[in-house]
Design a protein around this ligand. Structure first.
Ligand code: ZN
Length: 496
């Protein structure tokens, strides 16, 4: 049976066969964090979802250029065109330069993505590094007649655009309904229509992040940066654009409008959205006190947490739910995930030690061989079905059962052909380590092991087994560790 990858496209609301514009190259853009605070768990889930897309496309042999931006300017409070810039507000509160805030939270974001084993994107551009390009795109949209200037600010004319194209094509929202839901503009308003959004904003005197432009000293609108940076690095049309579901409207809707207005082509072939994360069935929010940060999950330092959970436990837990479904976090689910992850980790350790003898009893090969071939195919079926990690993990557990049967002798390796065994080995290892990105987590063993060795050393000394004493000292010295006989007992140190 011929297999191909299917992707759920938010634009058509259906699963479509994945056919990149320029195979084997794939261009993928994902809206990155706004770096004014620690990355939220919900955001982490979203970035993890696209890490899986990135990893699986690489596994299938595509050459992926993955661009994930850093929003360091232009994202105003309430995601609207009014209010303070989120970064600038934090800078004032903490008495820092805005770029100190940006640097601090960008580094924090990278620490989190490293800990959870997210692959770094191919390019990670920042909005403040692309002001010139944003001014250029604003000018293009002005020249095309889909924007207007008022008092040094430039706004996108949604009504005019909608006459030519379709505002709402991605989100399915109806323009008339949207307008009905907004307040009436008064005579003082800079905008001509209530849905119009800023491409460029003139900075108020108190606004600290500002750049010169043909219209005013000001700063770019939030939606503009993603249109600018995605098309700069991936071309006017590219394959995949991803983000959290909360970005679908208005952010992504506005991105499409800007690109169609400026470049006259729809920018993206497949729009993908990762669903939300809830906690104990509730939306996470600061006011409910149920907002948990990634580092709190790892330390266990939060009133709602019964214990600490390791990064790979959390990663595994998130992957047990398909990215388009809501993911509910609870202690119960995390404890179950911890057990599940350790089973998989043990399976890897066992599998790495197993070798097929090379010979088989021809008459014994049959059922198990066929079953395992099917189970390997199933892993691909599941991932090809819109990156269904939940089903993939279920299939990996079925393979694991067989691995454990081999390990405890119930199933003999000679009942499998060498090819099948090698396929099982490579499928299991590749899916766990490369596609799902689950790493082995070793406990900090050094102190524990050394305390055991030092006990044995002291016993040998008391029993005057000097050969053994010398052998222990020499073996540790070969590893760069020396034992010290102290009045209080034995201690160890790194050999200087
Ligand atoms: Zn974006």
């Amino acid at each position: 049976m011929k297999q191909y990858l299917k992707v759920y496209n938010s634009l058509s609301s259906t699963k479509e066969k994945f056919e990149p514009l320029n195979p084997p190259h794939v261009g993928m853009y994902v809206c990155g964090p706004t770096v004014y605070s620690d990355v939220h768990l919900g955001n982490l889930r979203s970035f993890l979802s696209f890490d899986i897309v990135f990893r699986y496309l690489l596994h299938l042999g595509y050459k992926v250029r993955y661009v994930r931006n850093i929003t360091d300017v232009g994202h105003l409070e309430n995601d609207a065109d009014e209010g303070e810039d989120k970064v600038a507000k934090k800078a004032k509160l903490e008495n820092l330069e805005p770029m100190e805030v940006v640097h601090k939270y960008t580094q924090g974001f990278h620490r989190v993505t490293d800990i959870f084993n997210l692959k770094p994107p191919s390019i990670e551009p920042s909005a403040s590094g692309h002001i010139i390009e944003q001014i250029e795109l604003t000018q293009k949209i002005l020249d095309a007649g889909f924007a207007y200037e008022t008092n040094g600010s430039v706004y996108f004319d949604v009504m005019k655009y909608h006459k030519k194209s379709h505002y709402g094509i991605l989100s399915g929202r109806v323009l008339e309904d949207l307008i009905a839901g907004t307040r009436e503009l008064d005579g003082q308003d800079e905008k001509r229509g209530p849905l119009d959004f800023a491409l460029w904003k003139k900075a108020a005197p108190s606004h600290i992040m500002r750049w010169p432009s043909p219209w005013s000293n000001g700063f770019p609108g939030w939606h503009l940066e993603c249109s600018t940076m995605s098309t700069k690095y991936l071309g006017k049309q590219f394959d995949i654009h991803g983000g959290g579901i909360d970005l679908k409207f208005p952010h992504h809707e506005c991105e499409i409008a800007q690109c169609v207005a400026g470049y006259d082509v729809p920018p993206v072939k497949y729009w993908m959205h990762a669903n939300m994360l809830t906690i104990n069935g509730q939306k996470m929010s600061k006011s409910l006190g149920n907002s948990i940060l990634p580092h709190q999950l790892i330390s266990g330092d939060h009133p709602l947490l019964e214990k600490a959970y390791s990064p790979m436990t959390i990663r595994f837990f998130m992957l047990q739910t398909h990215y388009r479904s809501t993911l509910d976090l609870s202690n119960q689910a995390l404890i179950a995930a911890s057990k599940g992850y350790k089973k998989i980790a043990n399976g890897i350790r066992v599998l790495k030690q197993l070798q097929h003898p090379g010979t088989t009893m021809d008459n014994e090969i049959g059922k198990a061989d066929q079953q395992l071939t099917q189970l390997c195919d199933n892993c691909y079926h599941a991932m090809n079905d819109d990156f269904n990690t939940a089903k993939t993990i279920a299939h990996l557990f079925n393979i694991l059962k067989k691995i454990n049967s081999i390990h405890n002798g119930q199933l003999k390796l000679t009942e499998l052909s060498e090819d099948t065994f090698n396929r099982v080995k490579s499928t299991f290892l590749h899916f766990v380590e490369d596609v799902l990105g689950l790493m082995e987590e070793r406990p900090d063993e050094l102190d524990l092991l050394l305390s055991i060795v030092m006990e044995t050393y002291q016993e040998a000394k008391i029993n005057k087994q000097y050969d053994k004493v010398d052998a222990i000292r020499k073996q540790l010295k070969d590893q760069g560790i020396i034992l010290k006989d102290m009045k209080t007992g034995v201690d160890w140190a790194y050999e200087e």
